[in-house]
Design a protein around this ligand. Structure first.
Ligand code: GUN
Length: 251
């Protein structure tokens, strides 16, 4: 047993509060659940053509009647501060990123901040979403950023434990409450818990991650807590991407 698992913490503020506190303009458009795809696309087009906005984020998931890919494609790639547009995803995948998706960017930031070495290490990512799993696996493998060896596991992986127990760093991003317990990791592994799952416990609604945090204490060398781990970094990176967009617009 390790004496202690280091908690890699950050501080939570809402998106709008963060922008306000920095003197940056932000506008929230709260649309009805039943809004048509056409109406949403028209709003995006309007903001694409409004020079007073440098970034657009459409909160996902969208209702089933709206085609998310169509919406993501409609956002101008130069205002796509989420980094989900194929142009930005492509730039990342060839190693010349412009807007990096906020959660993976935040994960890389946390690991760097707490001096978690990736170079030559084995990063095991559980989850292959375009929002977290896939981009974080690309970032960790890039020579300039991580230079790690990366394994991506997903719902089709058989014998998940065989892979996760090899990870020096394990990124849990599959959306299964408290799924990864101590039996899934090796002693001294650093765990990045990306899960935000609302569950009922003792008659109360509570948020838990994808890692069973109590179980891994003393076995993991470090762990991002839930809440106040990765989540707030996503918002910080959204601000960073928006400022980057404003800078790029001047060129
Ligand atoms: N839903 C969960 N994470 C994200 C994110 O990073 N961006 C957007 N747009 N929606 C999300």
């Amino acid at each position: 047993m390790l004496e202690k698992t280091l908690l890699l913490r950050s501080i939570f503020v809402t998106k709008q509060k963060k922008f306000d506190s920095l003197g940056l303009k932000s506008e929230i458009y709260r649309l009805e659940e039943g809004v048509s795809e056409g109406e949403l696309l028209r709003l995006i087009d309007q903001i694409n053509n409004d020079d007073t906005f440098h970034g657009i984020l459409v909160q996902l998931p969208l209702p089933d009647h709206i085609d998310s890919q169509k919406v993501i494609h409609a956002i101008s790639p130069t205002k796509d501060v989420d980094g989900f547009h194929p142009e930005n995803a492509g730039l990342l995948s060839i190693g010349t990123p412009r807007f990096v998706p906020c959660t993976p960017k935040g994960i890389m930031y946390i690991l760097k901040h707490f001096n978690v070495e990736l170079d030559g290490k084995h990063v095991v990512v559980v989850g292959r979403s375009n929002i977290v799993g896939r981009p974080v696996s690309v970032l960790s493998s890039l020579k300039s950023l991580g230079n790690a060896t990366v394994t991506i596991c997903h719902s089709g992986t058989s014998d998940l434990k065989q892979f996760t127990t090899q990870g020096d760093i394990v990124v849990a991003a599959m959306g299964s409450p408290e799924f990864l317990d101590a039996s899934f990791i090796k002693e001294g592994a650093c765990l990045v818990d990306v899960g935000i799952n609302r569950i009922e416990r003792d008659g109360k609604s509570t948020i838990v991650g994808d890692v069973n945090q109590a179980s891994v204490m003393g076995k993991a060398s470090a762990l991002t807590p839930v809440p106040k781990g990765v989540g707030p970094m996503t918002i910080a990176m959204l601000v960073e991407n928006t400022v980057l967009s404003a800078e790029l617009s001047l060129n």
